[in-house]
Design a protein around this ligand. Sequence first.
Ligand SMILES: NC(=O)c1ccc[n+]([C@@H]2O[C@H](COP(=O)([O-])OP(=O)(O)OC[C@H]3O[C@@H](n4cnc5c(N)ncnc54)[C@H](O)[C@@H]3O)[C@@H](O)[C@H]2O)c1
Ligand SMILES: CC(C)=CCC/C(C)=C/C=C/C(C)=C/C=C/C(C)=C/C=C/C=C(C)/C=C/C=C(C)/C=C/C=C(\C)CCC=C(C)C
Length: 556
Amino acid sequence: MNLGCFQTILLNKFIPRHVETKFLSCNPSKSSHSNGKKAGSVKLKYFQVIQRKKGFTLRSKSMLSVDSVVEIDRKEGIGRESKYDAIVIGSGIGGLVAATQLAVKGAKVLVVEKYVIPGGSSGYYQRDGYTFDVGSSVMFGFSDKGNLNLITQALAAVGREMEVIPDPTTVHFHLPNNLSVRVHKEYSEFIKELTSRFPHEKEGILKFYGECWKIFNALNSLQLKSLEEPIYLFGQFFQKPLECLTLAYYLPQNAGDIARKYMKDPQLLSFIDAECFIVSTVNALRTPMINAGMVLCDRHFGGINYPVGGVGGIAQSLAEGLIDQGSEILYRANVTNIILDQGKAVGVRLSDGREFFARTIISNATRWDTFGKLLKGENFPKEEENFQKVYVKAPSFLSIHMGVKADVLPPDTDCHHFVLEGLPPKEYEAKKEQIAEEIVGRLEKKLFPGLKSSIVFKEVGTPKTHRRFLARDMGTYGPMPRKIPKGLLGMPFNTTGISGLYCVGDSCFPGQGVIAVAFSGVMCAHRVAADIGLEKKSLILDTALLRLLGWLRTLA
Ligand SMILES: NC(=O)c1ccc[n+]([C@@H]2O[C@H](COP(=O)([O-])OP(=O)(O)OC[C@H]3O[C@@H](n4cnc5c(N)ncnc54)[C@H](O)[C@@H]3O)[C@@H](O)[C@H]2O)c1
Ligand SMILES: CC(C)=CCC/C(C)=C/C=C/C(C)=C/C=C/C(C)=C/C=C/C=C(C)/C=C/C=C(C)/C=C/C=C(\C)CCC=C(C)C
């Protein structure tokens, strides 16, 4: 039976600065469930985005505790052999892609995961016969075409393939003043629908999305590897100069500025904000144009495809593939410290006292967790301070997972809905306490009559839940720019100020999103492979490029 699924975001208007913006995303996952009698399942997410002028205090060096740094005593360190080429802390999609890519290049990798299954935000849980996706459900990069289907490619690299169901629409927007827009898979249908709502802005719409396609086509023509590896990067510039220059041109730009070049209607600009919000949890003015271009076109090029059995299957397949390659994954393995030897990352210590050593350490924990919890002390690199100046943690969200009777979902229900309400912040604040009840009520009123009485299962996830199960500082959804960023310029890649330590995941270039962290995994594996001798490398060019990139980031 087709379960039907939908995702909705309810939020008040996009208010630019130091205001509270709250929004709800309700995502009836196409979750699989083993019990054939159960009908449909629904997942709701409630995001609270708080942007305050003084909302974030940068941790100063003096506030960091020195005792949590584990420096191996030099004598003690002697004789500890690195059994592994790399240890990856965490098995989110970023960590798993880095691990599997390294393993297929011939590296011996150990993944250490705190939880009992792989996946992190792209994991799953089972209750009462249902399988719910814990977070990720909108899968970009999962088609069989082009160079940007990074999820498909990551699975194929370890000999895995998953059956997918294409979503005919990415999202159905329900915006104030009864503006309803469906993002159809077919680009021409989407443009037809949008221009029918804004006929006076037809030219601007075509120009804005046209620029997005320029970026997408440039990205899609490249072989994607580490932008921190000069032999590859200069090679790409040599083979595809126009495409690389196009990307370099858009690197420091944001979608909102480009949209404003072509469009004037405030309601249309608010729609573009909503489009970008999904990509970045911030409005268009703060969304890097490269990310907007990637996402706003991939949904039409490859389409949004959902894996049969649930999103959790992706991480499970990658983990199985990793083991097939002769590498290892350890669950219930909570890393409490990154072990340093003379300033170089050489191993990890778990909460049960076990220690593992490797030539390189890759952290898939957020940069806040990596540098604030796993590696505290005098070695807090300057680069990380800069990162925390430019980016803050996006607030966590509230999610509701429900099993519902199938007949409440009409047969052609769109998978994801985005509902924006024009409520003033104060009124929204007053309603916060009953939010879970309300969300369901609104859905019932707006989209699915009879929803409340058809609920047979319901569970609410709070920011605390996300902190606990996803091991993400304050349950954060990911990094978001503190103020208007220079596109992607300030986003760090995978190397860190600590020798032997790399980061992977959404606090690395290009940021939030499953496809984005998959790219970060590909880049990380390439850079690490070069550093451990599995790929070509030039020391002089490396030093020059890393310095140049470091300097560029200071301009952000
Ligand atoms: N497309 C969607 O609908 C959607 C929804 C939610 C999230 N997402 C995306 O998923 C992305 C996150 O992916 P990611 O790869 O960066 O990370 P992740 O948070 O998904 O995974 C990190 C993993 O590391 C583990 N971990 C953290 N600290 C650890 C420690 N000390 N010891 C051992 N294990 C530890 C966690 O348990 C987790 O499994 C987000 O950016 C978000 O955009 C997408
Ligand atoms: C719908 C609803 C209701 C809800 C929603 C759900 C969700 C939340 C979802 C989400 C999703 C997301 C987040 C997504 C995202 C994604 C992304 C962002 C992606 C991105 C990607 C990107 C990329 C791939 C990029 C790349 C780049 C490159 C390659 C670049 C290049 C450049 C060049 C060559 C130049 C050079 C220069 C220098 C280095 C200096």
